[in-house]
Design a protein around this ligand. Structure first.
Ligand SMILES: Nc1nc2c(ncn2[C@@H]2O[C@H](COP(=O)(O)OP(=O)(O)OP(=O)(O)O)[C@@H](O)[C@H]2O)c(=O)[nH]1
Ligand SMILES: [Mg+2]
Length: 220
């Protein structure tokens, strides 16, 4: 899979230039609007990469968080959720999760409990939020309370992929939380990964002087 992604140099360059990289996953029943939400957020730069073997679409985005440039990989499924369960690789190294339901279909709200359970099996500590999509179809739903988020201490957003309500706000907040999590993980394995990454960076910085000299000598 990595090779598939690696074959697009322009996208790799963005990642290389970024100060930070995060992976954000999207969960929820089929047809709740996961793909439409991502497409709405990314509108202009919409350029999904189909990795059909893995039934996966990867959306690349570059965001600014404070002074940092962040390369964001949004992962979206193509049908796997119909089996009510995701492949473990979907969760692997994710830094945040957006859980979506459709305000017009109660069952999609009820099923959040299953999605959340599976998420926490793989990623016990990553930031997560609950998103009530399609509020454009019936604005009255925003008067109703959906307690799943509150019960689990998760932020809750009423959104509409169709008219754009709250979409940018929700994604920006989740990107920020993903970056915060990556820099300060609460999960032991993530802490180790972050340490290794920092170690790699330090090594690169140490070597960069030598590289520069090397370059100079080639140029001169
Ligand atoms: N009215 C309304 N319809 C929406 C909204 N978001 C998505 N839809 C519709 O809901 C349907 C499903 O949207 P998708 O984005 O394909 O849903 P998904 O969750 O990605 O579905 P799968 O890929 O099958 O899992 C489409 O017909 C969309 O047009 C919304 O905010 N409002
Ligand atoms: Mg989809």
């Amino acid at each position: 899979m990595a090779d598939d992604v690696g074959s697009i140099p322009e996208l790799d360059q963005k990642k290389y230039d970024a100060d930070e990289q995060v992976k954000i996953i999207c969960l929820g029943d089929s047809a709740v609007g996961k793909s439409k939400l991502m497409e709405r957020f990314l509108m202009d730069e919409y350029r999904p990469q189909q990795l059909s073997t893995y039934a996966l679409t990867l959306y690349k985005h570059t965001a600014s968080v404070g002074t940092k440039t962040v390369a964001v990989d949004f992962w979206d499924t193509a049908g796997q959720e119909r089996f009510q369960s995701m492949h473990p690789s979907y969760y692997h190294k994710a830094h945040a999760c957006i859980m979506v339901f459709d305000v017009q279909r109660k069952i999609t709200y009820k099923n959040l409990v299953n999605w959340y359970k599976e998420l926490r099996e793989y990623r016990p500590e990553i930031p997560c939020c609950v998103v009530a999509n399609k509020i454009d179809a019936d604005l009255k739903v925003t008067q109703r309370s959906f307690n799943f988020g509150k019960k689990h201490g998760l932020p809750f957003y009423f959104v509409s992929a169709a008219d754009g309500s709250n979409v940018v706000k929700m994604f920006r907040e989740m990107i920020k939380r993903a970056v915060e999590y990556k820099q300060n993980p609460r999960d032991f394995m993530d802490e180790v990964m972050q340490e290794l990454e920092n170690f790699d960076l330090e090594k690169k910085e140490d070597n960069s002087g030598a590289d520069e000299d090397g370059l100079k000598s080639i140029e001169s």
